[in-house]
Design a protein around this ligand. Structure first.
Ligand code: BGC
Length: 380
């Protein structure tokens, strides 16, 4: 049975388990600390912010809002960084497959980078074959965000701002994005996304952390156990664009309604797994869009006991099994990343929604505020 961080903190506060959980669990966060991480080619400074609360340690870059490290304890209180990344800015700029980054304006693909809104067609930046992926060639992951640290009650956090100008990457409207990262006294990492626009546009923001709960660089995640509360998923074509069908997961490798290991069915000869070179699909969450974050997935590493539980307001979850990690990148701890060394669980609206009127809408109009929230809770 999973022990939540709340239980651990309560026990630690009572002095019951100090020997096993160490001293780092004391509730009450420290003020976020900023240091210089590097400079872009044009001299722009990039900072790294360190946050700690409720037993979770987070390192965030102003470049891309990137989670550069996320450290949590195992069942013996031993900390590991469970998020893939790099130790230096140049590596992020040169060749990051979105490690830890904020994704915008549009998480995942838009077919041929085209959509029509209010009778007007738009051509986006195309950066994935003929399609537009994660906002185009220079998405939110490659922008330097304005970042401020805060403490509020028992929470600590960062507020990140980025203004994307009208026409950037082909998207209509000036989009003002605000993302709040909060570490709660329970060690939960919460993300609140907000955005406004001055012209009708589409928006779908998410976070691209690559999880390995045994520690980044420690090997494959195929033994991780995963549960996803979704009875349907969106099958794709060979370019990973949804066909529009909401297919049942029952009887397919995509059925994670009951906990199973990530690797159990990953080599089943299913056409959809061939298209994705593994799992690279959007799950249609049973709960749909909700006003408050609701539980949708649990990931567990049996070796360390670490668990990640995700709750979101969003209707979709992109589960990507790290298929394109190909042994060419050396990560934060000095190890080579290979296929299946991490997985992403990106809460979102469905890929290519602007071209599928039957999918939940991603349209944002002037006067409206886009708001979504996702909470990551950790335990052992
Ligand atoms: C996509 C993958 C893509 C990866 C970035 C995921 O969200 O679904 O197809 O390769 O991001 O490396």
């Amino acid at each position: 049975m999973e022990t939540s961080r709340r239980t651990v903190i309560a026990a630690a506060a009572a002095g019951l388990t100090a020997a096993t959980v160490g001293t780092a669990h004391a509730a009450g966060g420290k003020k976020p600390v900023r240091e210089l991480f590097g400079r872009l080619a044009d001299g722009t400074k990039v900072h790294r912010w360190s946050l700690e609360n409720g037993g979770t340690r987070l390192g965030v870059l102003s470049y891309g809002g990137i989670v550069q490290s996320l450290e949590i304890p195992d069942r013996h209180g031993r900390y590991r960084n469970v998020s893939l990344g790099f130790g230096d800015l140049d590596s992020y700029v040169a060749s990051s497959p979105y490690f830890g980054a904020l994704i915008g304006r549009y998480g995942n693909r838009i077919g041929k980078g085209q959509f029509t809104l209010d009778g007007k067609s738009h051509q986006l930046s195309v950066n994935d074959g003929v399609n537009s992926l994660h906002g185009g060639a220079k998405g939110f992951d490659k922008r330097v965000w304005d970042v401020e640290g805060f403490t509020s009650g028992s929470d600590v956090g960062l507020v990140l701002h980025h203004t994307s100008i009208d026409g950037e990457m082909g998207y209509p409207g000036t989009l003002r994005a605000k993302v709040t990262y909060t570490l709660t006294r329970h060690g939960d990492w919460r993300i609140d996304y907000a955005a406004t626009t001055d012209r009708a546009t589409v928006v779908n923001l998410t976070s691209h952390v690559y999880w390995n709960l045994a520690g980044e660089g420690s090997g494959s995640i195929y033994d991780h156990e995963l549960e996803i509360a979704a009875s349907r998923y969106t099958p794709v074509d060979s370019g990973l664009i949804p066909t529009g069908e909401l297919a049942k997961v029952a009887g397919t490798p995509f059925d994670f309604r009951r906990t199973k290991t990530v690797g159990r069915d990953i080599r089943v000869a299913h056409q959809q797994l061939l298209y994705g070179k593994g799992i690279d699909h959007n799950w249609v969450l049973d709960k749909g869009i909700t006003a408050r974050p609701e539980h949708i997935a649990t990931l567990r590493d049996p070796s360390s006991g670490r668990t990640l539980s995700i709750a979101t307001t969003e209707p979709g979850l992109q589960f990507y099994s790290g298929n394109f990690l190909d042994g060419t990148l050396v990560g934060t701890g000095g190890h080579v990343y290979r296929q299946g060394d991490a997985l992403c669980l990106e809460t979102q609206h469905f890929p290519d929604s602007p071209n599928h009127p039957s999918f939940p809408s991603t349209v944002l109009r002037p006067g409206q505020t886009y708001r979504t929230s996702t909470v990551h809770s950790f335990g052992t």
